[in-house]
Design a protein around this ligand. Sequence first.
Ligand code: NAD
Ligand code: TDX
Length: 331
Amino acid sequence: MRLLVTGGAGFIGANFVHAAVREHPDVHVTVLDALTYAGSAESLAPVADDVRLIHGDISDAELVEKLVAESDAVAHFAAETHVDNSLADPEAFLRTNVIGTFTLLESVRRHGIRLHHVSTDEVYGDLALEDPVRFTESTPYNPSSPYSATKAASDMLVRSWVRSYGVRATISNCSNNYGPYQHVEKFIPRQITNVLTGRRPKLYGAGANVRDWIHVTDHNRAVWRILSDGELGRTYLIGADGERDNLTVMRTLLRLMDRDPNDFEHVTDRAGHDLRYAIDPSVLRDELGWAPRHDDFESGLAETIEWYRDNESWWRPLKDASEAMYAERNQ
Ligand code: NAD
Ligand code: TDX
């Protein structure tokens, strides 16, 4: 099979490509990635000899057309992904997440190519802390940020291309990922690398916000299952029953790094900060037999800390610019 992976030089996409090369040597992988601040060829260095990396934009219709025509399936990870950046400057989110997905849909439509669209639980908005109900495939869309609004728009485009044009696509909406190769702008790597560079970790507001953590390799195993055996036109929710509030994650992380668990700063809260995300993954488990392998968050976090300790050359060049951006926002 010839598989086109968009955004394969980013966090989740690179982990996906590593696993594809390792576990499916019969699959020929082409990565299409714009190598924005969030993507890097370094993330694909361990598989550089086995993968074709094309430096290009998913909104470039001519390039996308050529690459889709050469493929049997597309796994679509490329996106602008950081909520704080979307609040500061939303335009790139519209271009990549909406126009980029539209461009891809038009090509897969013309060539009859199978598409899997990777999306997020943030399209559903947020839940109250005590809400007994979690997100399911039928939860109404209610995005809060420019990021989640553009991801919701991309999901809607995929659904309508399935219905109107018979495009052979599936969608997955996953909860918060953690693991190796995640950009230092995101919560967990930011705090790990703050400690490693002698900065104090930064918690937005009181830290009561809850995220539903899943290890990136479990997310990607689910994407592979859906790409292989998912029902066309369906949406699958991916989550690992990993709900934790940010304060708890911060303290766990500090303890695992042999620091005082209260040695962090409270900083300006995010505008419109979603309170809680939580996924009900029972359909994926029951229908596709998927289950997470990283069911112990603390040991997954400890492994992730080790990865950042061992791979300073990967994240060090990103760190100062990321913190300078946060400093401008008092975060
Ligand atoms: P990331 O920001 O680490 O990587 C995104 C990648 O897309 C980068 O390599 C970047 O260079 C590339 N890219 C951006 N714009 C592009 C364009 N116009 N053309 C081609 N490539 C472009 O993101 P991530 O965390 O790996 O997320 C991947 C996907 O998973 C996204 O669609 C995101 O919405 C979704 N998702 C992420 C999470 C999470 O916790 N990180 C959770 C659920 C869903
Ligand atoms: O320094 C920080 N301090 C802090 O308290 C940062 C960067 C974040 N936070 C909080 C905000 C969130 O409640 O931590 C939580 C997680 O923040 P992010 O890592 O920015 O993730 P989130 O906004 O939850 O979105 C992530 O998960 C869903 C990804 O960035 C999205 O791409 C994905 O769709």
